[in-house]
Design a protein around this ligand. Structure first.
Ligand code: ZN
Length: 222
């Protein structure tokens, strides 16, 4: 893998071939990490993970749309004088995941799936409760009671609620799209989360930043 990274780094930077080739020195124990991290910092070596598969492109586009929707939601909430902490957190997390996916970093895959999965479950429940609530109020306006504010009987408010729920469902759809597209084998391969020895996709981090993974089945570290 280091040789491939090195070869592609030399292709990318022909004028720096001499500088790169010093990492070929077998007596240098730091050769492989230095060479691969140098190449990764500038441009992904094509030999290392191949072109971005459709699943990862789908995840990237869906994450971009999620950030956009969260940003629109934040602006709407702030304009309405409501706290927008939840959607602002979504924007920040979304941007971090977006950058991590674009770089193909394993942590982005791992945390992206965990956070997006939690968000997908919560927002699905929220959208479901929203639909039930709107339907209940639409069918029985009297359940709001005699002291219900008159504006709750207003048709415009119901329309606004329906728009809000449609918005929520769009968000839910994007979250599940990100979750499942990152879970495909092609995405795992792109993020180097498939064991090179046995093909297992259950991988745990072997260091804090997940620069190396360890196969949960055969214990190979790469
Ligand atoms: Zn393995």
């Amino acid at each position: 893998m280091a040789k491939e990274a090195l070869a592609s780094a030399e292709q990318l930077l022909p004028d720096r071939g001499a500088a790169v080739s010093q990492f070929n020195d077998p007596s240098n124990p730091f050769a492989a990490p230095v060479a691969s991290s140098t190449a990764g910092a500038t441009e992904l070596p094509p030999g290392e993970r191949g072109p971005m598969p459709t699943s990862v492109i789908v995840a990237l586009v869906a994450t971009g749309l999620m950030v956009l929707l969260s940003a629109i939601g934040s602006v709407g909430q702030l304009a309405a004088g409501e706290p927008a902490i939840g959607s602002l957190i979504s924007v920040v997390i979304g941007i971090l995941i977006l950058l991590g996916i674009a770089k193909g970093h394993r942590l982005a895959h791992q945390w992206g799936r965990i956070l997006v999965g939690i968000g997908a479950v919560l927002y699905t429940l929220g959208a479901g409760f929203g639909v039930v609530g709107v339907m209940m109020i639409a069918n029985n306006p009297e359940i709001l009671g005699a002291d219900a504010p008159p504006e709750l009987q207003n048709i415009d408010l119901r329309t606004a609620a329906m728009v809000g729920i449609a918005f929520l469902f769009g968000f839910v759809l994007l979250l599940w799209t990100i979750f499942f597209s990152l879970g495909t084998k092609s995405a795992r391969r792109y993020f180097r989360l498939v064991c090179p020895s046995c093909g297992n996709t259950k991988v745990k981090a072997n260091d804090f930043f997940f620069n190396r993974g360890k196969c949960k089945r055969c214990g190979v570290v790469w």
